[in-house]
Ligand binder design. Sequence first.
Ligand code: ZN
Length: 151
Amino acid sequence: MVEFNELDELYQDIILDHYRNPRNRRRLESPDIAAHGLNPFCGDEVYLDLKLNDGHIAEVGFSGQGCSISQASVSIMTGLLKGKTLDEARELHQRFKRLMRGEELPEEEQEELGSLEALEGVRRYPIRIKCAMLGWATLDDGIEEYEKGET
Ligand code: ZN
């Protein structure tokens, strides 16, 4: 059991680090995709901007406010998105969702989630899962809007 406590502490460090030193925290000028997400259960808010280049995500920025889980999760997400296609981004979202539902993922799928794994412990607190998923839900909305505009 000691091991599990240590693991939680490590995870907490990762979450707090992203909360205190968020990555890619800036708004982008004339983004291709811009989305706003709100989690009324907790008061979390996220603005997400993406710039695309040749079908790949070239730049990511976010701003927002809310609990450490929501903001750390977005910060980690922005680091994972660069260079991905929109389909790959959606695939990562699905994978993260499965992790949060308690599914055991194959090792290579887990590796691709990187620091998102630190949020695994959140699944013990169902009300906080929405916090962890907010950035991804916002991303999905943004991609959907963008693709509607394309056709
Ligand atoms: Zn929250």
